[in-house]
Design a binder for this molecule. Structure first.
Ligand code: NIG
Ligand code: FE
Length: 417
């Protein structure tokens, strides 16, 4: 049965041209229709328009349809969250206090805390238990309006435990209505036993993990934490090359802690995205301008770790696209709330609400390789939609940063919430 959403106060982020990303000053121009309707046929957005142009012929050859009245409400594409680590075990609120006392992310990591803390927890958690814990987070982000999510491995750091994480992601792909992409992040941190021989761990990632991950078709992308104190540009280069040989396009953590050269090595290998990028200057912007790589900011991590902010305005003013993802993980961003990320984007990065909407929908869809099927209100795309509560305007969404404001959620044309 078709579904008609009628009397929509404002239908936003419409893209008749099906652009795969939105860049530069186009990011401040949002196409909307006030007092609109939208027709869903199965999983797909069939058509939309203004109520003043609506007539029964629009429904086509269907005898019955369900009507959802959206008077006073805004309809928008679901959020796409192109960077998360939501498959993890337990939590790390103990480090929260250490951070408040003044320890830096790197200091916590050096003491065997940080990522390695989550690694220990994950290695001692069964695959089923890991799935259950992750499923709860999936349900949480669905209720917050996310319709597509990328999930990384990287808390296993042994062949067996990385495979365990990737199998959990695969199971989530099969059992939840979210559109999920999976990224292999074996090079997330150096395990304790390899501290003196970091290159031996890089060899393990290249020679054993990548071939096995590829053989079992468990990942769509490859990631490396390329930064001061983690993996060098040279090591990143080797790992990305090995991943590409096995059909895995890069999407990397870069320039979170220093001007590490991560952005350039990402661009060199045509990464789909370079993420974090707090340390981005003129050279990095120039490299990105000649690329197909999406600069992706993770405002939750910068907020939570009290880090410098990535220069979003300079990037947009230079003509670049910008994406905003949550980085949902137990150490640097224990939240996957994309509406909150929009608020951070506006307040901390001086992005306009229009720019924040594109950055959390179509541009993140591009950054996870799904912008041909989701990320905008476009005929033929999946009906992954948010219907808001009664609100005065779309700008109210990032403005009212602590309010939920989500009335219902459609995923693949079905009402989920
Ligand atoms: O994206 N920067 C590297 N990795 C994660 C943090 C993971 C953790 O602390 O557990 C991030 O912030
Ligand atoms: Fe991350």
């Amino acid at each position: 049965m078709k579904k008609l959403i009628s009397n929509i106060k404002e239908l936003i982020a419409i893209d008749d041209d099906a652009r795969l990303l939105v860049r530069g000053k186009d990011m401040s121009e949002l196409k909307t229709i006030k007092n609109a309707w939208l027709l869903i046929n199965g999983e797909i957005i069939e058509d939309y328009g203004a109520m003043s142009d609506f007539n029964e012929d629009i429904l086509g050859d269907c005898d019955e349809y369900a009507e959802i009245d959206a008077t006073g409400k805004i309809v928008m594409p679901s959020f796409c969250d192109s960077h998360t680590h939501i498959v993890y075990a337990g939590s790390r609120e103990i480090e929260y206090s250490d951070k408040i006392r003044g320890l830096s992310y790197e200091e916590i990591a050096k003491r065997g805390g940080g990522i390695l803390n989550s690694v220990k927890l994950l290695q001692n958690t069964s695959e089923d238990e890991l799935y259950e814990q992750s499923l709860e987070r999936i349900e949480e982000i669905i209720s917050q309006g996310t319709g597509a999510v990328e999930i990384k491995s990287g808390y296993g750091l042994t062949l067996e435990d990385e495979m365990k994480m990737l199998r959990v992601i695969k199971r989530l792909k099969e059992t939840t209505p979210l559109l999920i992409k999976s990224t292999f992040l074996g090079a997330h941190a150096v395990p304790e036993e390899y501290k003196a021989n970091q290159d031996d761990y890089v060899d393990l990632v290249i020679n054993e993990m990548i071939p096995q991950v590829a053989a079992e078709d468990l990942a769509d992308y490859i990631d490396v934490f390329c930064d001061k104190g983690f993996f060098t540009v040279e090591q990143t280069d080797r790992i990305l090359l090995a991943g590409i040989k096995h059909g895995l396009r890069p999407k990397i953590h870069a320039n979170e802690l220093a001007n590490s050269g991560g952005i350039q090595v990402g661009v060199k290998y045509n990464a789909l995205s370079v993420d974090h990028i707090e340390y981005t200057g003129k050279e990095e912007i120039a490299a990105l301008l000649n690329s197909e790589t999406m600069p992706t900011i993770l405002p939750g991590a910068a907020f939570f770790l009290n880090m410098p902010y990535s220069p979003a305005r300079e990037m947009i003013n230079a003509g670049l696209p910008v994406a905003i993802a949550s980085d949902y993980n137990p150490g640097s961003s224990p939240s996957g709330n994309m509406k909150l990320m929009m608020s951070f984007a506006c307040v901390n990065y001086k992005m306009l609400p229009e720019e924040a909407i594109y950055a959390t929908t179509i541009n993140t869809a591009y950054a996870m390789g799904v912008s041909d099927v989701v990320g905008s209100i476009t005929r033929g795309k999946l009906a992954n939609l948010i219907i808001t509560n009664d609100i005065p305007s779309y700008q109210f969404l990032p403005y009212a940063y602590g309010s939920d404001l989500i009335n219902s959620v459609f995923l693949k044309g079905e009402i989920i919430l």
